[in-house]
Design a protein around this ligand. Structure first.
Ligand SMILES: Cc1cc2nc3c(=O)[nH]c(=O)nc-3n(C[C@H](O)[C@H](O)[C@H](O)COP(=O)(O)OP(=O)(O)OC[C@H]3O[C@@H](n4cnc5c(N)ncnc54)[C@H](O)[C@@H]3O)c2cc1C
Length: 557
């Protein structure tokens, strides 16, 4: 009878998970009594330290990611999302795949390395209008959006809108925020030369930071250097400034100020991954508490590491910071301890002295604090590139990145906008009081349904000023007349209070209108009422558009 295999299951395909699998493969040397599996949402590992360079295009889109199957060829890979963990029965449930059926995977040892997320909770409008900057797709979306808005600004004549299109705001003055703003600044300023109607002086790149000095993780003189270097290259740095929320038009600052912008990136704050939040185990600031061997407390056979774990360093007695350097060292320690436990050998507590900190400032400049040696400028930048190139886990990627860097020195900036995003048919939008949702004369592109808040419909009459036609509240809809009749908007929709909306684009509306008879009847009735209202009362029945959606449906039924 074949011997039962010991099943080691890793969740997470980042630094923590992949390096654990790589080390286990080395230690187990193909021993058939063990089976190592890894579940991750993506089939690649993202080399985050180089992510900012994807914005500027100095590294190719696919070159900062490495396929997990090639990094750990002896590990079974499940490209799925883990939905729940049953510690009692030692079962992990994943999302469904092509067949709409979840799958369950058993384990003897479980390693949790799911990282953390950028949280937009508690900041109104951020989920709808801000971009996170953590994964590969985020860098790509940001790059595409920046190019798109340069294209739009080049042909836009409204000075207000033009200003918002050419203002780029990044919130968070830590490593990822600073590196992202540096690359974004270099990129939009260099790319703008290719746009005939955009002047360099029109571009604003703003970094918001809650503290008194950016890069608080670095010695003060290096942080000062970084701050001055960014300012010299045109980045406006607003210190002691917190982002409070966002709308489709602006970044909202704590205290009431607002910055008109169409591009807002938020790199703060980090919050626990939803899976970690759902786990029944001891946590500290949302991270899973582990002992010095990286075992989860009171959960035998369960281990955790990386950004999602609360690991106390045995040298300093301080919790480890959420960095790739630490995740990689923890992975080696965890894999060795796991194998030592299986072989009845002693385990070792986790201790690691970070060798240094580096931040790239773009434009061939960086700051570095390596073994206590402080460097800044070009030398630090060369060091930054050399170190991260060495650290890339795959020779293939190392070669590609090196080639990208050489080509980037020789060739002009690439400003191709990849249209990979399918525009969302349905979307949520957030507005603050007295913001314009659409203007009279705009073309009808979306139908709006109010989730909460109040909107007024206003008509501008030449000579007689402004006339408020009606107000609409939660559950009400507006904006369908221009869609149905293919006319320009006959009035302006403006928020009265803070408003959250569901918006439906022209194609989705047309499909619903065409294929869902009750909805078609409802809108036909709305249109008839509007036309009647006009004929009888001599005023626009736009007010009729403001009927709650549910009520009209009830009327129809
Ligand atoms: C822009 C940026 C720049 C950075 N620069 C540096 C730097 O220069 N130096 C440095 O040391 N650190 C840097 N960091 C921090 C570093 O990237 C993280 O500390 C490191 O990635 C943590 O590794 P991890 O494995 O814990 O998590 P992650 O790398 O975040 O990996 C988590 C993995 O879990 C997967 N996952 C999450 N939830 C689930 C689920 N439910 N089911 C299945 N899979 C799931 C994710 O898809 C991902 O593959 C940077 C981070 C960012 C965002």
């Amino acid at each position: 009878m074949p011997q039962k295999k010991t099943k080691i299951l890793i969740i997470g395909g980042g630094f923590g998970g992949v390096y654990t699998a790589m080390t286990l493969e080395k230690l187990l040397k193909g021993d058939p009594s063990f089976e190592v599996s890894l579940i991750s949402k993506e089939n690649y590992m993202v080399f985050q330290p180089m992510l900012p360079e994807v914005i500027s295009g100095s590294i190719g889109i696919l070159d900062t990611i490495a396929p997990i199957r090639r990094l750990c060829p002896k590990t079974n890979l499940y490209t799925r999302e883990v939905e729940s963990i049953d510690f009692t029965n030692r079962i992990v449930t994943t999302s469904s795949g092509v067949r709409p059926r979840p799958s369950q995977i058993e384990y003897d040892h479980l390693v949790i390395a799911v990282g953390n997320i950028t949280s937009f909770v508690g900041q109104s409008g951020l989920a709808e209008h801000a971009l996170p900057f953590k994964y590969h797709g985020d860098a790509l979306v940001l790059r595409n959006r920046a190019i798109h808005f340069l294209e739009e600004a080049d042909i836009e004549s409204d000075p207000e809108l033009r200003r918002a299109l050419l203002t780029f705001v990044v919130a968070g003055g830590g490593f990822s925020g600073v590196e992202a703003v540096a690359e974004l600044n270099d990129f939009v300023r260099a790319a703008a030369h290719s746009f005939r109607r955009i002047k360099a002086a029109e571009i604003r790149v703003i970094l918001l930071h809650a503290g008194p000095l950016i890069l608080p993780e670095l010695p003060e003189d290096l942080a000062q250097f970084a701050q001055k270097r960014l300012q010299r290259r045109g980045v406006e740095i607003r210190l002691s400034t917190r982002l409070a929320g966002a709308t489709a038009e602006s970044a909202l600052i704590e205290g009431g100020d607002r910055i008109p912008t169409k591009t807002l990136v938020s790199t703060v704050p980090a919050a626990p991954n939803a899976l970690v939040a759902s786990l029944q185990c001891k946590k500290e600031r949302g991270r899973i508490v582990v002992n010095k061997f990286l075992e989860v407390l009171d959960r035998p056979g369960v281990w955790a590491l990386g950004d999602c774990a609360w690991v106390v360093d045995q040298n300093t007695w301080q919790p480890c910071p959420p960095t790739a350097q630490h995740a990689i060292r923890e992975a080696t320690c965890l894999a060795k301890n796991l194998v030592a436990g299986l072989r009845g050998q002693p385990k070792q507590g986790f201790a690691f002295k970070a060798r240094g900190k580096l931040a790239s400032l773009g434009h061939r400049s960086a700051v570095a604090d390596i073994f206590g040696l402080k460097l800044s400028g070009f030398i630090a930048w060369l060091l930054w590139r050399a170190i991260y190139l060495m650290k890339m886990p795959d020779f293939d990627r190392k070669f590609r990145v090196l080639t990208d860097w050489i080509l980037d020195l020789l060739l002009p900036q690439d400003i191709v906008q990849l249209k990979i995003e399918r525009s969302a048919s349905f979307g949520r939008e957030h507005f603050e009081p007295r913001e314009i949702i659409f203007r009279q004369g705009d073309c009808g592109d979306r139908l709006y349904i109010i989730i909460d808040g109040e909107v007024e419909i206003v008509k501008q009459e030449s000579g007689s000023g402004e006339q408020v036609l009606g107000r609409v509240g939660p559950g009400g809809c507006f904006g369908e007349m221009a869609l149905v009749n293919d006319n320009p908007r006959m009035a302006t929709a403006r928020t009265v209070s803070r408003v959250n909306l569901l918006s439906v684009d022209r194609d989705a509306f047309a499909a619903l209108f065409a294929y869902h008879p009750p909805l078609r009847l409802m809108f036909q009735q709305l249109i008839e009422e509007r036309v009647r209202g006009r004929a009888v009362e001599g005023k626009s029945a736009l007010i009729e558009e403001t009927k709650p959606l549910g009520r009209s449906q009830t009327t129809m039924s």
